[in-house]
Design a protein. Structure first.
Length: 605
């Protein structure tokens, strides 16, 4: 046990966690000489590589001077906070990474709160020290203030500090020290992080923190062994948080971690982080133990989801042309499988079982789920995200509020304050932040932030940085203005004609180009006015037998405004849907037939 350490790397999104793990793997001799090294090797999911963010927590293990260090790389985005909470259950120390220029951000506060509540003593690493706008001394003061604000105890306040540039593979105890390697970080981990506090002689008990599915081995449960030992073929029982038996079975395989690979083991002991195969119903927060043990291990409750979207079958005229998974049964099975492994997602079928209410932490988390499903061949209709409200003990309606931290150039502070004020936001803090930037902190209702990201990037000309995190539930605030402009709705089904679109350009901005499939009820653009307008994008030029006096005008269309999935989610109104297929993201009215739309509109009024 003396040679084992279990740690998690925690930080705000894009502060360098995965890059640091890369450097630790490299310098600990995990890679063979001449082995080709992939950058950000821990971000193995295709979406993680594309977006440059960590979505799923992952384990790795390195050897350092005879000591084994199990490392968990955690997500940095607030939407995937459910992963972070579970991971902290199975480690004995954390490395808190903070950007030397940005300083502590909302997600830094979130992950640090969770770590301090678990009585963990963080190691602070001020990363990206080589940035031209780095301000390490000020950032260190801000980190200390954050620890104090979060009621850290005396031991937690006495944290070790390192300065690093994970991309260049060095860490040092002070700014004047040589900048050669990560030896200082490994030494501090061994000195500061305790060995696992476990009982080797008690009966076997294991708490599941991560769940994965393997096509050959089935369900894989990853977590920490809190007591005893387990061998292949051991008979076990699984208990939920209340102590109720979930299933009984046998452990068919045990896997440990070596570098980025899983290695089969014959047995594992208390303190180890391992993956177990052989159980079919057990999931996250369940205790795997011996058949005669009836007491489960305690697990941290997960923060509730704040947004919900309706997932239903695709009923457009082009259904089944792109994807092969179009029925409500396969959609339901896929969503239930997602909810098993992702505790922060909740799936509820509608009474007719044709649609499913999917609740999650935020737009990004739900967007990632939809993007993964479309890549797997699913076709779906998705509603606009809606906020989940609560009622207090007096029956008063409560809504979720988020803390929004914004770093912008001084010239944009006025427009940001005005826009968030209109969205019922309250400014809590405003201070200079170095490099001509100003830091603004707001408390804004979650429903006021739906669709704001794109507007924010436009208002700050792409230079602003916005981070947000769930803060609390408060009494419902007033009305929040919706989208100002109406939409252009197709009256026909077929392939769009460039000439027709050219004639429509003065009506508004188009979402499609010439020769693209459209259908009745599909949104093909944004109207320049505040009402919806039905238009015909298939109308061809009338041919006559009269010769034109000059050359026909060449049809030169402006480039269409292509909405990404996340942009579409925040753009649509309550009476609109997104049709998602492997090839297309289309916007449409909920009711495609114009007569049905009018009937539904009248019934609401």
């Amino acid at each position: 046990m003396k040679d084992l350490r279990n740690i998690a790397i925690i930080a705000h999104v894009d502060h360098g966690k995965t890059t640091l793990v890369d450097a630790m793997l490299q310098q600990s001799g995990t890679y063979r000489e001449k082995q080709q090294i992939v950058e950000r090797v821990m971000d193995s999911n295709a979406l993680e590589k594309e977006r440059g963010i960590t979505i799923l927590a992952k384990c790795t293990s390195v050897n350092w001077h005879g000591h084994r260090v199990n490392i968990v790389d955690t997500p940095g985005h607030a939407d995937f906070g459910g992963e972070v909470e579970r991971i902290l259950n199975m480690v004995d120390g954390v490395v808190l990474l903070v950007d030397a220029a940005e300083g502590p951000m909302p997600q830094t506060k979130f992950v640090l709160t969770k770590a301090l509540n678990q009585k963990l003593r963080p190691i602070v690493v001020i990363n990206k020290i080589d940035k031209p706008d780095a301000r390490p001394d000020e950032v260190l003061d801000e980190i200390f203030d954050l620890f104090v604000a979060l009621d850290a105890d005396e031991k937690q306040l006495d944290f070790p500090i390192l300065y690093a540039a994970s991309r260049d593979g060095w860490a040092a105890k002070d700014l004047e020290a040589p900048r050669e390697n990560l030896d200082a970080l490994f030494d501090v981990i061994l000195a500061h992080v305790p060995t696992p506090s476990v009982d080797e002689n008690a009966p076997f008990r294991f708490l599941t923190s991560i769940i994965e599915s393997d096509q050959f081995l089935g369900r894989m449960l990853t977590g920490k062994i809190y007591s005893g030992r387990v061998a292949v073929n051991t008979a076990v029982r699984t208990l939920d948080l209340t102590g109720k038996t979930v299933e009984q079975g046998r452990i068919s395989k045990i896997f440990g971690f070596q570098g980025i690979q899983r290695i089969p083991l014959e047995e594992a002991n208390a303190g180890d982080i391992v993956s177990l195969a052989g159980l079919t119903k057990s999931t996250v927060s369940h205790t795997v133990t011996l058949p005669d043990v009836l007491e489960p291990l305690p697990s941290t409750p997960i923060d509730p989801p704040t947004l919900v979207m309706t997932f239903s079958i695709n009923d457009s005229p082009y259904v089944g042309q792109d994807g092969d998974k179009v029925t409500s049964r396969v959609i339901r099975d896929r969503l239930l499988k997602e909810a098993e492994g992702n505790v922060s997602i909740r799936v509820t079928p509608t009474p007719d079982n044709e649609a499913f209410e999917v609740a999650g932490r935020g737009e990004l988390q739900l967007g990632v789920l939809i993007e993964n499903m479309r890549r797997e061949g699913f076709e779906l209709s998705i509603s606009r995200p809606r906020v989940l409200f609560k009622t207090d003990e007096h029956g008063k309606k409560m809504e979720p509020v988020e803390e929004v931290m914004i770093d912008v150039d001084e010239e944009f502070t006025g427009v940001i304050s005005e826009k968030l004020g209109a969205r019922r936001g309250e400014i809590k803090e405003m201070k200079p932040h170095g490099g001509g930037k100003t830091r603004l902190v707001f408390h804004v209702p979650t429903r006021g932030l739906i669709g704001y990201q794109n507007e924010f990037m436009s208002d700050t000309r792409g230079t602003g940085v916005m981070a947000r995190i769930f803060h609390d539930y408060i009494p419902m605030k007033g009305e929040i203005p919706a989208r100002h402009n109406g939409v252009l709705i197709s009256t026909e089904t077929g392939k769009s004609v460039a000439y027709a679109l050219w004639k429509l350009e003065d009506r508004g901005q188009l979402f499609i180009g010439g020769g693209e499939p459209v259908y009745q009820g599909m949104l093909i653009g944004e109207h320049s006015r505040d009402n919806d307008l039905e238009v015909n994008p298939l109308k061809a030029k009338q041919l006559t037998n009269m010769r034109a006096s000059g050359k026909d005008e060449a049809v030169a269309l402006s480039p269409p405004r292509r909405l990404t999935l996340e942009q579409a989610m925040s753009y649509i109104a309550d009476d609109e849907l997104i049709e998602v297929t492997p090839k297309y993201v289309r916007l449409r009215k909920r009711y495609l037939d114009p007569n049905e739309r009018k009937r539904q509109g009248r019934s609401k009024n």
